[in-house]
Design a protein around this ligand. Structure first.
Ligand code: GDP
Length: 304
Protein backbone atom coordinates (compact mmCIF):
# COMPACT_ATOMS: atom_id res chain seq x y z
CA UNK A 1 0.00 0.00 0.00
CA UNK A 2 3.04 2.27 0.35
CA UNK A 3 3.59 1.82 -3.37
CA UNK A 4 0.05 3.00 -4.05
CA UNK A 5 0.64 6.01 -1.86
CA UNK A 6 3.99 6.71 -3.49
CA UNK A 7 2.43 6.66 -6.92
CA UNK A 8 -0.74 8.52 -5.99
CA UNK A 9 0.06 11.75 -7.84
CA UNK A 10 1.18 9.93 -10.96
CA UNK A 11 -1.97 7.82 -10.95
CA UNK A 12 -4.39 10.66 -10.35
CA UNK A 13 -2.86 12.78 -13.07
CA UNK A 14 -2.68 9.85 -15.47
CA UNK A 15 -6.30 8.87 -14.98
CA UNK A 16 -7.64 12.36 -15.40
CA UNK A 17 -5.64 12.75 -18.60
CA UNK A 18 -6.86 9.36 -19.83
CA UNK A 19 -10.46 10.32 -19.11
CA UNK A 20 -10.04 13.45 -21.21
CA UNK A 21 -8.24 11.53 -23.95
CA UNK A 22 -11.24 9.26 -24.57
CA UNK A 23 -14.04 11.70 -23.70
CA UNK A 24 -16.96 11.36 -26.10
CA UNK A 25 -15.27 8.50 -27.96
CA UNK A 26 -16.39 4.90 -27.95
CA UNK A 27 -13.87 3.55 -30.46
CA UNK A 28 -10.09 3.69 -30.39
CA UNK A 29 -9.34 5.66 -33.55
CA UNK A 30 -6.51 7.90 -34.74
CA UNK A 31 -7.71 10.80 -32.60
CA UNK A 32 -7.76 8.67 -29.48
CA UNK A 33 -4.30 7.32 -30.29
CA UNK A 34 -2.99 10.85 -30.77
CA UNK A 35 -4.45 11.83 -27.41
CA UNK A 36 -3.01 8.75 -25.77
CA UNK A 37 0.40 9.57 -27.17
CA UNK A 38 0.16 12.99 -25.57
CA UNK A 39 -0.91 11.48 -22.25
CA UNK A 40 2.06 9.11 -22.19
CA UNK A 41 4.61 11.72 -23.25
CA UNK A 42 3.28 14.18 -20.68
CA UNK A 43 3.48 11.44 -18.02
CA UNK A 44 7.20 11.25 -18.79
CA UNK A 45 7.15 7.79 -20.31
CA UNK A 46 9.57 9.20 -22.92
CA UNK A 47 9.02 9.67 -26.64
CA UNK A 48 10.63 6.44 -27.88
CA UNK A 49 8.86 4.22 -25.40
CA UNK A 50 5.56 6.04 -26.00
CA UNK A 51 5.84 5.42 -29.74
CA UNK A 52 6.55 1.76 -29.09
CA UNK A 53 3.38 1.49 -26.98
CA UNK A 54 1.24 3.44 -29.47
CA UNK A 55 2.45 1.31 -32.39
CA UNK A 56 1.44 -1.85 -30.57
CA UNK A 57 -2.01 -0.55 -29.70
CA UNK A 58 -2.45 0.70 -33.25
CA UNK A 59 -1.61 -2.75 -34.59
CA UNK A 60 -4.08 -4.30 -32.19
CA UNK A 61 -6.82 -1.88 -33.15
CA UNK A 62 -6.17 -2.55 -36.85
CA UNK A 63 -6.24 -6.32 -36.37
CA UNK A 64 -9.34 -6.43 -34.21
CA UNK A 65 -11.18 -3.86 -36.40
CA UNK A 66 -13.00 -2.46 -33.39
CA UNK A 67 -11.46 -1.67 -30.04
CA UNK A 68 -13.64 0.20 -27.58
CA UNK A 69 -12.21 2.99 -25.48
CA UNK A 70 -13.57 1.16 -22.43
CA UNK A 71 -10.94 -1.51 -23.10
CA UNK A 72 -8.12 0.96 -23.46
CA UNK A 73 -6.98 0.79 -19.86
CA UNK A 74 -6.79 -2.98 -19.92
CA UNK A 75 -4.91 -2.94 -23.21
CA UNK A 76 -2.51 -0.29 -22.02
CA UNK A 77 -1.87 -2.27 -18.88
CA UNK A 78 -1.08 -5.38 -20.92
CA UNK A 79 1.20 -3.52 -23.29
CA UNK A 80 3.12 -1.80 -20.52
CA UNK A 81 3.46 -5.06 -18.60
CA UNK A 82 4.72 -6.72 -21.79
CA UNK A 83 7.18 -3.96 -22.41
CA UNK A 84 8.52 -4.13 -18.89
CA UNK A 85 8.89 -7.90 -19.26
CA UNK A 86 11.07 -7.46 -22.30
CA UNK A 87 13.41 -5.24 -20.38
CA UNK A 88 15.07 -6.85 -17.42
CA UNK A 89 13.26 -4.71 -14.89
CA UNK A 90 13.42 -5.56 -11.23
CA UNK A 91 11.19 -8.36 -10.09
CA UNK A 92 12.47 -8.45 -6.57
CA UNK A 93 10.38 -8.45 -3.45
CA UNK A 94 12.88 -7.89 -0.71
CA UNK A 95 16.24 -6.28 -0.15
CA UNK A 96 18.83 -8.95 -0.74
CA UNK A 97 22.41 -9.43 -1.80
CA UNK A 98 24.14 -12.49 -3.25
CA UNK A 99 25.53 -14.63 -0.44
CA UNK A 100 28.64 -15.70 -2.33
CA UNK A 101 30.06 -12.19 -2.51
CA UNK A 102 31.48 -10.89 0.71
CA UNK A 103 31.70 -8.01 1.10
CA UNK A 104 29.13 -7.16 -1.55
CA UNK A 105 30.16 -3.78 -2.90
CA UNK A 106 27.66 -1.22 -4.17
CA UNK A 107 29.05 1.92 -5.78
CA UNK A 108 26.45 4.67 -5.88
CA UNK A 109 26.55 7.31 -8.61
CA UNK A 110 24.34 10.27 -9.53
CA UNK A 111 24.32 14.06 -9.50
CA UNK A 112 23.83 16.14 -6.34
CA UNK A 113 20.35 16.56 -5.03
CA UNK A 114 18.80 13.46 -6.59
CA UNK A 115 18.61 11.68 -3.24
CA UNK A 116 21.87 9.75 -3.34
CA UNK A 117 22.72 10.13 0.35
CA UNK A 118 19.17 9.41 1.45
CA UNK A 119 19.04 6.28 -0.70
CA UNK A 120 22.36 5.06 0.74
CA UNK A 121 21.03 5.63 4.27
CA UNK A 122 17.75 3.83 3.56
CA UNK A 123 19.58 0.92 1.94
CA UNK A 124 22.00 0.64 4.86
CA UNK A 125 19.00 0.53 7.17
CA UNK A 126 17.31 -2.24 5.18
CA UNK A 127 20.45 -4.37 5.05
CA UNK A 128 21.11 -3.84 8.73
CA UNK A 129 17.55 -4.88 9.55
CA UNK A 130 18.37 -8.22 7.97
CA UNK A 131 21.29 -8.65 10.32
CA UNK A 132 23.87 -7.81 7.68
CA UNK A 133 26.99 -5.90 8.63
CA UNK A 134 27.17 -2.69 6.60
CA UNK A 135 30.04 -0.23 6.06
CA UNK A 136 29.58 3.12 4.32
CA UNK A 137 32.29 4.97 2.37
CA UNK A 138 32.14 8.75 1.97
CA UNK A 139 33.56 8.86 -1.55
CA UNK A 140 31.96 12.17 -2.48
CA UNK A 141 34.91 14.18 -1.23
CA UNK A 142 34.08 17.12 -3.46
CA UNK A 143 31.58 18.66 -1.05
CA UNK A 144 31.97 18.86 2.72
CA UNK A 145 28.19 18.66 3.03
CA UNK A 146 28.14 15.29 1.27
CA UNK A 147 30.49 13.82 3.87
CA UNK A 148 28.56 15.40 6.74
CA UNK A 149 25.19 14.20 5.46
CA UNK A 150 26.43 10.66 5.02
CA UNK A 151 27.77 10.82 8.58
CA UNK A 152 24.29 11.86 9.77
CA UNK A 153 22.78 8.81 8.08
CA UNK A 154 25.54 6.54 9.42
CA UNK A 155 24.68 7.75 12.94
CA UNK A 156 20.95 7.38 12.36
CA UNK A 157 21.26 3.84 11.06
CA UNK A 158 24.14 3.07 13.42
CA UNK A 159 26.60 1.69 10.91
CA UNK A 160 30.32 2.49 10.57
CA UNK A 161 31.46 5.02 8.02
CA UNK A 162 34.90 5.50 6.51
CA UNK A 163 35.73 9.05 5.51
CA UNK A 164 38.58 11.45 4.90
CA UNK A 165 38.90 15.20 4.62
CA UNK A 166 37.05 17.09 1.94
CA UNK A 167 39.14 17.23 -1.21
CA UNK A 168 40.91 13.94 -0.57
CA UNK A 169 41.15 11.30 -3.28
CA UNK A 170 37.85 9.40 -3.56
CA UNK A 171 39.74 6.30 -4.69
CA UNK A 172 41.73 6.42 -1.48
CA UNK A 173 38.51 6.62 0.55
CA UNK A 174 37.16 3.65 -1.40
CA UNK A 175 40.35 1.69 -0.74
CA UNK A 176 40.17 2.43 3.00
CA UNK A 177 36.48 1.54 3.10
CA UNK A 178 36.98 -1.84 1.49
CA UNK A 179 40.02 -2.62 3.62
CA UNK A 180 38.07 -1.74 6.74
CA UNK A 181 35.09 -3.82 5.56
CA UNK A 182 37.31 -6.85 4.95
CA UNK A 183 38.92 -6.45 8.40
CA UNK A 184 35.50 -6.24 10.04
CA UNK A 185 34.18 -9.16 8.02
CA UNK A 186 31.38 -6.92 6.75
CA UNK A 187 28.66 -8.16 4.41
CA UNK A 188 27.85 -5.02 2.45
CA UNK A 189 29.79 -1.92 1.47
CA UNK A 190 28.03 1.12 0.05
CA UNK A 191 30.32 3.72 -1.48
CA UNK A 192 29.13 7.23 -2.28
CA UNK A 193 30.74 9.09 -5.19
CA UNK A 194 30.64 12.64 -6.52
CA UNK A 195 28.61 13.14 -9.67
CA UNK A 196 29.88 16.15 -11.48
CA UNK A 197 28.38 15.80 -14.92
CA UNK A 198 29.71 19.03 -16.35
CA UNK A 199 33.12 17.43 -16.52
CA UNK A 200 32.48 14.12 -18.18
CA UNK A 201 36.08 13.09 -18.75
CA UNK A 202 36.91 13.74 -15.11
CA UNK A 203 33.85 11.81 -14.01
CA UNK A 204 34.82 8.89 -16.18
CA UNK A 205 38.41 8.92 -14.97
CA UNK A 206 37.40 9.29 -11.35
CA UNK A 207 34.92 6.40 -11.44
CA UNK A 208 37.31 4.09 -13.24
CA UNK A 209 40.09 4.95 -10.80
CA UNK A 210 37.79 4.17 -7.85
CA UNK A 211 36.96 0.82 -9.43
CA UNK A 212 40.58 0.02 -10.17
CA UNK A 213 41.71 0.81 -6.65
CA UNK A 214 38.83 -1.12 -5.05
CA UNK A 215 39.80 -4.16 -7.09
CA UNK A 216 43.14 -4.17 -5.32
CA UNK A 217 41.24 -5.06 -2.15
CA UNK A 218 38.34 -7.19 -3.43
CA UNK A 219 38.25 -8.88 -6.86
CA UNK A 220 35.53 -7.99 -9.34
CA UNK A 221 34.29 -4.99 -7.40
CA UNK A 222 32.05 -3.09 -7.51
CA UNK A 223 29.39 -5.79 -7.78
CA UNK A 224 26.70 -3.21 -8.41
CA UNK A 225 26.92 0.31 -9.83
CA UNK A 226 23.70 1.93 -8.71
CA UNK A 227 22.65 5.11 -10.49
CA UNK A 228 20.26 7.28 -8.48
CA UNK A 229 17.82 9.38 -10.50
CA UNK A 230 15.27 11.90 -9.28
CA UNK A 231 11.95 10.72 -10.73
CA UNK A 232 10.40 14.16 -10.31
CA UNK A 233 12.79 15.64 -12.87
CA UNK A 234 11.31 13.69 -15.79
CA UNK A 235 13.40 14.31 -18.87
CA UNK A 236 16.45 15.36 -16.83
CA UNK A 237 16.51 11.89 -15.38
CA UNK A 238 16.69 10.47 -18.93
CA UNK A 239 19.54 12.84 -19.76
CA UNK A 240 21.46 11.89 -16.60
CA UNK A 241 21.00 8.21 -17.35
CA UNK A 242 22.42 8.84 -20.80
CA UNK A 243 25.48 10.65 -19.43
CA UNK A 244 26.24 8.22 -16.63
CA UNK A 245 25.87 5.13 -18.81
CA UNK A 246 28.45 6.71 -21.10
CA UNK A 247 30.80 7.40 -18.21
CA UNK A 248 30.63 4.00 -16.53
CA UNK A 249 28.88 0.64 -16.62
CA UNK A 250 25.70 1.24 -14.66
CA UNK A 251 24.16 -2.04 -13.47
CA UNK A 252 21.03 -0.88 -11.65
CA UNK A 253 18.85 2.15 -11.03
CA UNK A 254 17.12 3.77 -8.08
CA UNK A 255 14.38 6.25 -8.97
CA UNK A 256 13.63 8.61 -6.07
CA UNK A 257 10.96 11.12 -5.10
CA UNK A 258 8.12 9.32 -6.84
CA UNK A 259 5.86 10.34 -3.96
CA UNK A 260 5.99 14.03 -4.80
CA UNK A 261 5.48 13.82 -8.54
CA UNK A 262 3.06 13.04 -11.35
CA UNK A 263 6.02 11.98 -13.48
CA UNK A 264 6.14 8.35 -12.32
CA UNK A 265 5.89 7.18 -15.93
CA UNK A 266 9.60 7.87 -16.05
CA UNK A 267 10.17 4.44 -14.50
CA UNK A 268 8.61 2.76 -17.56
CA UNK A 269 10.55 4.83 -20.10
CA UNK A 270 13.92 4.67 -18.42
CA UNK A 271 13.90 0.94 -17.85
CA UNK A 272 12.79 0.38 -21.44
CA UNK A 273 15.32 2.70 -23.02
CA UNK A 274 18.40 1.88 -21.03
CA UNK A 275 17.67 -1.81 -20.40
CA UNK A 276 18.98 -1.42 -16.89
CA UNK A 277 16.82 -2.78 -14.09
CA UNK A 278 15.13 -0.31 -11.78
CA UNK A 279 15.98 -2.00 -8.50
CA UNK A 280 14.71 0.51 -5.95
CA UNK A 281 12.22 3.34 -5.81
CA UNK A 282 12.11 6.17 -3.30
CA UNK A 283 8.65 7.09 -2.08
CA UNK A 284 9.37 9.52 0.75
CA UNK A 285 11.99 11.11 2.95
CA UNK A 286 11.73 8.65 5.83
CA UNK A 287 14.12 5.83 6.58
CA UNK A 288 11.57 3.19 5.50
CA UNK A 289 10.57 4.96 2.31
CA UNK A 290 12.61 2.89 -0.08
CA UNK A 291 11.13 -0.09 -1.88
CA UNK A 292 12.44 -2.90 -3.96
CA UNK A 293 10.95 -2.27 -7.38
CA UNK A 294 8.69 -4.97 -8.69
CA UNK A 295 7.26 -4.51 -12.16
CA UNK A 296 4.13 -6.57 -11.48
CA UNK A 297 3.27 -4.54 -8.41
CA UNK A 298 4.06 -1.35 -10.28
CA UNK A 299 1.69 -2.09 -13.16
CA UNK A 300 -0.99 -3.36 -10.76
CA UNK A 301 -0.70 -0.25 -8.67
CA UNK A 302 -0.76 1.99 -11.72
CA UNK A 303 -3.92 0.51 -13.15
CA UNK A 304 -5.90 -0.39 -10.06
P1 GDP B 1 22.02 13.96 -2.69
O1 GDP B 1 22.56 15.34 -2.84
O2 GDP B 1 21.82 13.29 -4.01
O3 GDP B 1 22.79 13.12 -1.75
O4 GDP B 1 20.54 14.13 -2.14
P2 GDP B 1 19.95 13.90 -0.67
O5 GDP B 1 19.96 12.47 -0.32
O6 GDP B 1 20.58 14.84 0.27
O7 GDP B 1 18.41 14.30 -0.92
C1 GDP B 1 18.01 15.57 -1.38
C2 GDP B 1 16.63 15.85 -0.84
O8 GDP B 1 15.69 14.95 -1.41
C3 GDP B 1 16.50 15.66 0.67
O9 GDP B 1 15.71 16.69 1.20
C4 GDP B 1 15.82 14.30 0.81
O10 GDP B 1 15.06 14.20 2.00
C5 GDP B 1 14.93 14.31 -0.40
N1 GDP B 1 14.59 12.94 -0.85
C6 GDP B 1 15.41 11.92 -1.15
N2 GDP B 1 14.71 10.84 -1.56
C7 GDP B 1 13.41 11.17 -1.52
C8 GDP B 1 12.17 10.49 -1.83
O11 GDP B 1 12.11 9.33 -2.26
N3 GDP B 1 11.01 11.22 -1.66
C9 GDP B 1 11.03 12.51 -1.22
N4 GDP B 1 9.85 13.13 -1.10
N5 GDP B 1 12.15 13.16 -0.93
C10 GDP B 1 13.33 12.52 -1.07
Amino acid sequence: ETLDKGLEKTKTSFFSKMTKAVAGKSKVDDDVLDNLEEVLVSSDVGVDTTLKIITRIEARAAKDKYVGTDELNTILREEIAGLLSETHVGEGVEFSIPKDKKPYVIMVVGVNGVGKTTTIGKLAHQFKQQGLKVVLGAGDTFRAAAIDQLQVWADRVDVPIVKQKMGSDPASVAFDTLSSAVNQDADVVIIDTAGRLHNKVNLMNELSKIKRVMQKVVDDTPHDVLLVLDGSTGQNAFEQAKQFTKATEVTSLAVTKLDGTAKGGVVIGISDQFQIPVKYIGVGEGIEDLQVFNKHEFVDSFFS
